[in-house]
Design a protein around this ligand. Structure first.
Ligand code: SF4
Length: 283
C-alpha cells in the first residue's frame, strides 16, 4: 500500500485567499467586476470567477461601468490613478506582502540607490515593482548581470516574493563583487519560504512527488523545478486528468504539495484520485 503524505502547508497562500475572497464579495455585491490579467494564476479558479461575472479586460476603457479589481501581485500606480480619474471604483486585492516590497524598493531608491529586482522579468509582480521606480533593473538569472544590468556602485536589492532561494544565492555574490555599497532586503514572502522548506523535505523523504499547479503559475513551476532537482520522480499536474498511474509503480510513499494559487477542491480531488488508484491495485 502506498503511503500518501500531503505537505502541511500547500495551496492558496493568504494573499491569494484574500484576493479570491475580495473578488467573490465584489461579485456578490456588483454582479460584474473587471480585472486586468489573471487575478490568480490558476485557470480553474479564474474560470469559476468568470462564470460568476468576473470580466477580463485589456484596457481601462473596457472596464467602464464596472468596479476594477486589482490583482494580488500588484498594479502600476499610473494605471490606478487613471482608473480613479475615469471614475471607476477600485477594489485593491494587492497582497499586503507585495505592498511591503513596493515600500522597501522605494526606501532603497530614496537612499540614492539603483534598485535591483531579482525576479521574473515578465511577471506582473516584478512589473508592478519596477513601475514605481525611476532607475530599476531586473535580474532573473545570474547571466543577466552585465547583459541586462549595469550595476552601479551604490545599489539596493529586493526580491520577487516567490523567488527560489537557490536562484537568489547564485545572483547575490556576483552583485557584491560589482558594488561597494549594496543593501539587500530579503522580500521572499514567509509562505514561499515555508513552502520551499517543506518541498525540500518532501523531495528527500518520498519515492515520488506531485506538485499541483497551473503551468502559468510561477510559484508552482518553481516548486516543481526545485523538486525535480532533488527527486527525478517528481511531476507537475494541473488536475487529475494529467496523472499517469505508471509514475507510482514501485513507490512506497507519495508526497503531494500544491502551488500558492491552487484551490483546496483541486487538492482534495487529486488526493481522492490517488487513493482510489491505490485501492484499485489491491483489488
Ligand atoms: S505568494 Fe506571498 S506575496 Fe504572493 S500573494 Fe501569496 S503571500 Fe502574498
Amino acid at each position: 500500500m502506498m503511503e500518501i503524505r500531503l505537505a502541511e502547508h500547500c495551496g492558496f497562500c493568504f494573499g491569494v485567499k484574500r484576493a479570491v475572497t475580495l473578488a467573490s464579495d465584489a461579485l456578490e455585491k456588483y454582479g460584474r467586476v473587471a480585472v486586468m490579467g489573471d487575478l490568480v494564476h490558476n485557470k480553474k479558479v479564474m474560470e469559476k470567477l468568470r462564470k460568476r461575472g468576473l470580466v477580463y479586460v485589456r484596457d481601462l476603457e473596457e472596464a467602464a461601468g464596472m468596479p476594477l479589481l486589482l490583482q494580488a501581485h500588484g498594479t502600476a500606480p499610473l494605471l490606478i490613478e487613471k482608473a480613479r480619474k475615469m471614475g471607476l471604483k477600485v477594489i485593491d486585492a494587492t497582497c499586503p506582502l507585495v505592498s511591503e516590497i513596493h515600500r522597501s524598493a522605494l526606501e532603497l531608491e530614496s537612499e540614492g540607490r539603483q534598485v535591483i529586482v531579482i525576479g521574473d522579468r515578465d511577471h506582473d509582480e516584478v512589473r508592478g515593482i519596477v513601475s514605481r521606480l525611476h532607475d530599476a533593473c531586473v535580474i532573473s538569472h545570474a547571466p543577466d548581470i552585465g547583459e541586462h544590468c549595469d550595476i552601479k556602485p551604490k545599489c539596493g536589492v529586493v526580491i520577487q516574493s516567490t523567488q527560489q532561494f537557490e536562484n537568489v544565492r547564485e545572483i547575490l555574490p556576483i552583485l557584491l563583487t560589482k558594488s561597494h555599497d549594496c543593501r539587500i532586503i530579503n522580500t521572499i514572502c514567509e509562505p514561499t519560504r515555508r513552502n520551499q522548506k517543506e518541498v525540500r523535505e518532501l523531495a528527500k523523504s518520498n519515492d515520488c512527488v506531485l506538485v499541483i499547479g497551473d503551468a502559468a503559475s510561477a510559484n508552482s513551476t518553481r516548486l516543481f523545478t526545485l523538486l525535480q532537482s532533488m527527486n527525478p520522480n517528481s511531476y507537475r499536474i494541473s488536475g487529475v486528468e494529467e496523472i499517469d498511474s505508471n509514475w507510482f509503480r514501485g513507490c512506497k510513499t507519495l508526497g503531494i504539495t500544491a502551488g500558492a494559487s491552487t484551490p483546496d477542491e483541486l487538492i482534495d480531488e487529486v488526493l481522492q484520485y490517488v487513493k482510489s488508484l491505490d485501492g484499485d491495485k489491491k483489488k
